[in-house]
Design a binder for this molecule. Sequence first.
Ligand SMILES: [Zn+2]
Length: 161
Amino acid sequence: MKKMTCVIPYEEYESFDELSAQDRQLMEEAIAATETSYAPYSNFNVGAALRLRSGRIVRGSNQENAAYPSGLCAERTALFYAHSAWPQDPVEALAVVASVDGTVTPTFTYPCGACRQVLVETEQRAQAPLRILVGSAQKVLVFEGISSLLPFVFDNLPEKH
Ligand SMILES: [Zn+2]
């Protein structure tokens, strides 16, 4: 037996001002997306924004339901919408952030496990590392590739068709 270590590289930006113009725009789109959240049960408004290879920006927000599992996260709302509308336009980057009562949360909002699993296939289809921006009111974390958020991924199904 050997003890092993998994290192996860990521970047931490002190404020939105430190981001590139492209990344800053995507974070701002994610914040704007929180306004279309439907979250009467959690009052936790999550916004996601995708940048597709064409440059198109696609927004999504969390959509809750009284039958809780019927709701959907902001990330998957955006991802599924993007692929259903523009299946030939791969996703290059994702930004996610949350607000409560109209104020962006001081803590980071990371994609949940289910969204990470969907992001794996999103990245595989794009055949390029997905840039993932995790926002808060000030700092932003940037992960280059979904393997940073989901190491040891389940992807060993028999030949995909
Ligand atoms: Zn999720």
